[in-house]
Design a protein around this ligand. Structure first.
Ligand code: B12
Ligand code: SF4
Length: 491
């Protein structure tokens, strides 16, 4: 492969220049433009490199565009370029960008990290990629950059996958998963300050992304979070969380923890300390319904920290459906949690998993449930075997395509029980149904008035509202999803 050099040209300078480049927008439906978030992973890693004296920069090509962003990157003259691949859907565009950077800056070492890259490093053993970083980037990147700078043996750096001299790729020992997250420096937010106004969630902007804990003790079969973190759950202290919040100017915060309030005592303490610090934000969190049912006081406490909206992975409306994905939860908790949130006046977005093996009755059961519960904000994911999940291990031989852009959870990559046209008719019908239930519960007029008011107070932008309204309509049509299958068949 390309490891002909033992050291860097800039080897004699005392520190390295590391650029983190976020690939431009891609994907079939441009879903990332619905919620458009900061590159939190890269700025966490950059903070550790800066602490070691290296110079870092972040180039978000989703904002700058590819030409402008790469021009800025070239001017920065990096020794190492780090790319993040969290989503399977991002694979091809990340590889394409890596190759372009490599051809324009042949002396640069290209390191790829992130969730998807860590779960399936072998796939990334490709032209254009020099090293895959596996796991927590904070642990891997500083020793790696140090080894690159010294020209020392990469086989001694933990947590990487790279080609040895003979071109065979090898995996080194696993990197440490540090239990104490407080030990890491604060995310290097100064590196993305100039982009801060661009990030948003649904209609709210600007938005900051923040992490208070990592991992999950559950083992859902479609999810790779617990695999990535090897079933560990690690958390930052409430003091550290307040410190990070004080660093953030944005009024809206999306908390990346997969199960917020997993530790109830810490959930309470965080709320107390945030309130005591006089911080008020619009928090969006993700959690489980069993936690809400058992500890509803947490919702009240967090409402006091500003405003609160909750993403809920309900997944299924029956116990059998929940057991099929190993959710370890009960359908009755899903009902109770929604009732509680409605009573408490907290916004929530339930998400359901649609199994390609569903028949018409399964779809109509879910529609009825949404109707009865008034769960008009619901979203619908199609059960997808993502690389690095248990489901991948059991179902990867049945997948109908390896066109990774289709692994966006709104296209089926497994054979459907219903003819595919009927499947998507039902699937898009769910989105249409949720929209109709919204109008029934809130009234079309009220929905428009609320949006108008949000526009007037500049809480949202017109383009975000248009995008949101448009996506609801687009998802209501089966052709939206069928198109990608037709394109695959045609090619
Ligand atoms: C925030 C988030 C979102 C947001 C923002 C998405 C976006 N556009 O970026 C929203 C809610 C919109 C979202 C949507 C989706 N998401 Co999401 N999301 C997450 C979540 C919860 C947190 C990511 C995060 O920022 N974590 C915090 C930072 C600190 O961690 P990190 O980025 O992983 O970075 C660390 C390491 O990975 C590494 N690292 C990262 N980058 C780099 C770079 C280098 C060079 C190095 C060395 C290291 C490194 O070091 C970092 C520090 O330790 C993860 C779950 C998770 N816990 O990771 C799922 C996750 C990434 N999402 C997932 C999925 C499937 C989706 C959807 C496709 C599903 C859906 N229909 O809703 C959509 C599509 C989004 C899209 N294409 O844009 C899957 C991805 C699995 C996969 N193989 O594709 C995950 C892992 C969740 C899961 N249950 O499996 N998501
Ligand atoms: S889906 Fe949620 S509860 Fe299940 S393993 Fe993933 S993060 Fe944990």
């Amino acid at each position: 492969m390309r490891f002909t050099r033992t050291a860097f040209p800039c080897y004699l300078s005392s520190h390295m220049r590391v650029a983190f480049v976020k690939p431009p927008v891609g994907g079939i439906l441009g879903l990332e433009m619905l919620t458009f978030v900061e590159p939190l992973g890269p700025i966490c890693v950059a903070a550790c490199l800066e602490a070691e004296g290296h110079t870092c920069a972040v180039f978000d090509l989703r904002i700058e565009g590819e030409e402008q962003g790469l021009e800025s990157c070239r001017k920065f003259a990096p020794d190492v370029v780090g790319l993040q691949c969290n989503f399977t859907t991002e694979r091809n565009r990340t590889i394409r960008l890596a190759r372009r950077i490599k051809s324009e800056l042949p002396d640069v070492r290209i390191v790829i990290g992130g969730h998807d890259a860590s779960r399936d490093p072998q796939w990334f053993a490709q032209d254009g990629i020099d090293i895959v970083a596996i796991g927590d980037g904070e642990e891997v990147m500083a020793p790696l950059v140090d080894a690159l700078q010294r020209g020392s043996d990469l086989a001694k750096v933990d947590g990487i996958y790279f080609p040895k001299g003979n071109g065979d790729w090898i995996k080194t020992l696993e990197a440490n998963a540090r239990p104490n997250l407080d030990a890491y420096p604060l995310p290097a937010r100064h590196l993305i300050k100039h982009y801060a106004d661009h990030y948003y969630i649904n209609f709210r902007k600007p938005l900051a992304l923040m992490e208070t804990a990592r991992g999950c003790p559950f083992k859902c079969n479609f999810c790779s979070v617990w695999k990535f973190h090897e079933s560990t759950f690690r958390e930052k202290s409430p003091e550290r969380v307040v410190q990070e919040l004080q660093q953030i100017e944005a009024p809206n915060i999306f908390i990346t923890d997969d199960i917020f309030w997993m530790n109830v005592k810490r959930g309470e303490e965080m709320a107390k300390q945030i309130k005591a610090a006089g911080i008020k934000k619009y928090f969006t969190v993700q959690t489980r319904t069993d936690i809400i049912v058992k500890f509803p006081h947490l919702i009240e406490m967090w409402k006091d920290c500003g405003s609160l909206a909750i993403f809920l992975g309900l997944e299924a409306v029956t116990d059998e459906g929940l057991a099929a994905v190993n959710k370890k939860n009960k359908a009755s908790n899903n009902v109770q949690a929604i009732e509680l949130l409605k009573d408490m006046g907290v916004g929530f977005t339930p998400n359901f998993i649609v199994d390609p093996a569903w028949d018409r009755d399964d779809f109509s059961r879910l529609r009825e449930w949404i109707d009865q519960m008034g769960a008009y904000n619901s979203g619908f994911s199609i059960l997808t075997p993502l690389p690095g999940t248990d489901l991948w291990d059991t179902a990867s031989r049945q997948v109908t395509t390896h066109r990774w852009e289709m692994y966006d959870i709104v296209h089926t990559v497994l054979p459907t029980k219903l003819p595919i046209e009927e499947f998507y008719e039902e699937y898009s019908g769910l989105w249409r149904h949720a929209l109709n239930v919204r109008y029934r519960y809130k009234g079309k007029m009220k929905t428009y008035i609320q949006l108008g008011a949000a526009l007037a107070t500049r809480k949202v932008t017109l383009s975000a509202v248009k995008k949101g309204m448009n996506i609801a309509k687009v998802f209501s049509r089966p052709e939206t999803f069928l198109k990608a299958h037709k394109d695959v068949n045609a090619s």
